[in-house]
Write a protein that binds this ligand. Structure first.
Ligand SMILES: C[S@@+](CC[C@H](N)C(=O)[O-])C[C@H]1O[C@@H](n2cnc3c(N)ncnc32)[C@H](O)[C@@H]1O
Length: 427
């Protein structure tokens, strides 16, 4: 236990110093193979509820621990005591033992006292920690304010939904196997799954993806049910010339290629991320032309032949996918929103001339902030006389407010992340 607690605490500290969680976990070191899943669970969970854990520790300690390693270790242990079924004595003993490496003799006694005090006063402390918005919702104050200003009475549910554990959802590659046949293949292995949307399969419990049937054969991709809406919304048919302007790692590129036989160009400004598009296409036995290029500079990559369809999955705050990437809640700054808005605007303006008359551009983000979404596309449509927003044909049961999908509450039939979609039609 203590090795996992220490490694998770190190990963959390790295995130707070600016690293993404996957990078922080890779660097967190010395966890054994068996502990790796536990380290991951502890680091994700601690970041999901960091606001609450900080508030609890502030109530429990007279002043913040001088040692940042000890502080992070206490957050991890408080996460376990608050949100997991781990036996409390094992959590406390593990954390106390984990302090040995901190070379501070007082850390052992302090850890023991703080955690035991929490166990004694648990209910009172949880209520006190929830008095403050950051302690109640576990987001930065600016984020909470932005959601409140935009969503009003719905904001608490939206913030809570972003703290839920996301399901593992797959998209079945219809060129390899029918969706229901894949569900039967899972069932034959004792894996319980339900279907979602046209190609989606949601597993009842998380598992190692590469161990699922048909992984090497390219029978499926991992993709949230909300992201699986993009390719069908673009309305592609065989023979179309299609641009996926911000393609890496290729979740939507591969979906487009599964749906229709296209003349498909996938761009990404990041050459290393583009390699993942190539790998995903190869595993799924699909093809597309790839180019590492700045989509906002068509002179550098465009041959001048207009596209029938453009998918513009812009870089964004990713505020809609924090249940999968809780590090985003602590890495983003309020000022990032304006920077993303400017970048998105540049991409929209530069790509519009590449779209054929009568063609369609699907603008999408995994954000819930209006500045990146409805406000962005409405401003674009207002300054482009030949652009208008077309009606989106979402599948039955998908709840969208002007293209905005919110992270689904736990237990929802369509359990998806938060996304925004707008279909722009060229007159
Ligand atoms: C939201 S992600 C795309 C996810 C991808 N569409 C998928 O479904 O797997 C945004 C991508 O845009 C890329 N990007 C950012 N600025 C870009 C630019 N100016 N030109 C092309 N790609 C860009 C990033 O490298 C990143 O891979």
């Amino acid at each position: 236990m203590e090795l996992a607690q220490r490694a998770a605490a190190r990963a959390v500290r790295r995130v707070l110093a600016g690293s993404t969680l996957p990078v922080a976990l890779a660097a967190a070191g010395d966890a054994s193979q068996g502990d790796r899943a536990l380290v991951q669970e502890l680091a994700y969970g601690t970041l999901r509820f960091l606001g609450q854990l900080r508030a609890l520790l502030a109530l429990l300690a007279e002043r913040p621990p001088a040692d940042a390693s000890l502080e992070a270790l206490l957050w991890v242990a408080l996460y376990q005591l608050t949100h997991t079924a781990a036996p409390p004595h094992a959590v406390v003993d593990g954390a106390v033992n984990a302090t040995v490496r901190l070379k501070k003799s007082s850390a052992r006694g302090l850890t023991n006292a703080i955690l035991r005090n929490f166990l004694r006063r648990r209910d009172d402390l949880l209520a006190l920690a929830a008095r403050d918005a950051a302690g109640r919702f576990s987001y930065q104050p600016w984020w909470i304010e932005r959601v409140r200003a935009q969503y009003g009475a719905r904001s608490a549910d939206i913030l809570d939904a972003g703290n839920a554990r996301p399901p593992l959802t797959l998209r079945v590659n219809r060129r390899a196997i029918a969706r229901d046949d894949y569900v039967a293949a899972l069932s034959a292995r004792g894996i319980v799954a339900t279907t979602t949307g046209a190609a989606g399969v949601t597993l009842a419990a998380p598992c190692t993806v590469s161990a699922l049937p048909g992984y090497a054969e390219g029978w499926f991709s991992v993709q949230d049910a909300g992201a699986q809406l993009a390719a069908p919304l673009l309305g592609v048919v065989d023979g179309m010339r299609v641009l996926d302007a911000c393609a890496a790692p290729g979740g939507k590129t591969t979906h487009l290629a599964e749906i229709a036989s296209l003349d498909l160009l996938a761009l990404d400004v990041d050459g290393r991320r583009l390699e993942r598009v190539a790998q995903n296409l190869a595993r799924l036995k699909l093809s597309a032309r790839l180019a590492a290029a700045d989509a906002a500079d068509p002179v550098a990559w465009w041959d001048g032949v207009a596209f029938d369809r453009i998918l513009l999955d812009v870089p964004c705050t990713a505020s809609g996918v924090v249940r999968r990437h809780p590090d985003g809640k602590w890495l983003r700054r309020d000022s990032d929103v304006d920077a993303f808005v400017a970048q998105q605007r540049r991409l929209l303006d530069a790509l519009w001339p590449c779209l054929a008359r009568g063609g369609r551009l699907l603008y999408t983000t995994c954000s819930i902030f209006a500045a990146e979404n409805a406000r962005q596309v409405d401003a674009f449509a207002a300054r482009q006389p030949d652009a208008s927003r077309a009606v989106l044909q979402f599948p039955a049961g998908i709840d969208s407010d002007d293209g905005q999908l919110l992270p689904a509450p736990a237990g929802a039939e369509h359990n998806h992340d938060g996304f925004f979609y707008a279909l722009l039609q060229k007159k």
